[in-house]
Design a protein around this ligand. Structure first.
Ligand code: ADP
Ligand code: MG
Length: 237
């Protein structure tokens, strides 16, 4: 479904991504882990069209989408959530989701009905009328996902959707991701919460310093000595 080939992205002279390649199959949950600064968010920004790569190519459902603008990538069927949630703070939760839905549904009534459906899916129905700035962290995280899925994507990119959640809140979020996947969305998931990855990911890719370090089944990868070293390196720092 998604083929990323040899993507390189430099900021100044520094390579945030160094010839990174991977494929995601339709229906998969593909997770990406790696220490802070290893290039995970940059990879999402390149796939979603927020950054143009300096090299390499991206194809989605057989179309070359390399260098496309974000709105065009979104219309092709890819949505992304942001690591730092970005709601319109003074709008209600529902209206934030309507804004997302409007990228696909031109008609405001259709957008509103899509938004209501999405609010129920993510468990935000009760907070529809609340201003986004007053939401709890957990509900902000749900809203971030709701905005993305309101565009009816076939491929959903989630950037650390569970960061900041408590241990008790995580299983709920894991089951939300499972439900979205079962409803037909292919999911690319950046996540530090390893419990969540072992529960939902079909495959896992490890990034370190702009390079792809390893890829495989979560159980195998977590016992890989290179992976452990990348994480231990981070702890030392
Ligand atoms: N817009 C940008 N301008 C300059 N440097 C950036 C920008 N975005 C990311 N970087 C740098 O690229 C590297 C990878 O960052 P990032 O992709 O955010 O890592 P991660 O998401 O894995 O923590 C870091 O060194 C970061 O400082
Ligand atoms: Mg990041």
């Amino acid at each position: 479904m998604l083929q990323v080939k040899g993507i390189t992205k430099k900021f100044g002279g520094v390579a945030a991504l160094n010839s990174v390649s991977f494929d995601v199959g339709k229906g998969e949950v593909f997770a990406i882990i790696g220490p802070n600064g290893s290039g995970k968010t940059t990879l999402f920004n390149v796939v979603a069209g927020f950054h143009k790569p300096d090299g390499g190519s991206i194809s989605f459902e057989g179309k070359d989408i390399t260098g496309w603008q974000p709105f065009r990538v979104a219309q092709a069927g890819i949505a992304r959530s942001f690591q730092n949630t970005r709601p319109f703070p003074d709008l209600t939760t529902l209206d934030n989701v309507v804004v997302g839905a409007l990228t696909r549904h031109r008609n405001i009534r259709e957008a509103r009905s899509k938004a209501e459906e999405v609010m129920a899916t993510v468990g935000l129905g009760g907070a529809a009328g609340m201003q986004a700035k007053n939401l709890s962290i957990q509900d902000r995280k749900r809203l971030e996902v709701a905005k993305a899925i309101a565009t009816s994507p076939r491929l959903l990119l989630l950037d650390e959707p569970m960061a900041g959640l408590t241990g008790e809140e995580i299983p709920d979020f894991v089951s939300l991701i499972k439900r979205l996947n079962e409803s037909g969305m292919t999911i690319l998931l950046i996540e530090h919460v390893l419990y969540a990855i072992t529960k939902v990911a079909d495959r896992l890719m490890v990034m370190d310093n702009g390079n792809k370090l390893a890829e495989g089944a979560p159980g195998d990868i977590m016992n890989d000595s290179r992976v452990l070293k990348a994480y231990i390196g981070e702890d030392d720092a």
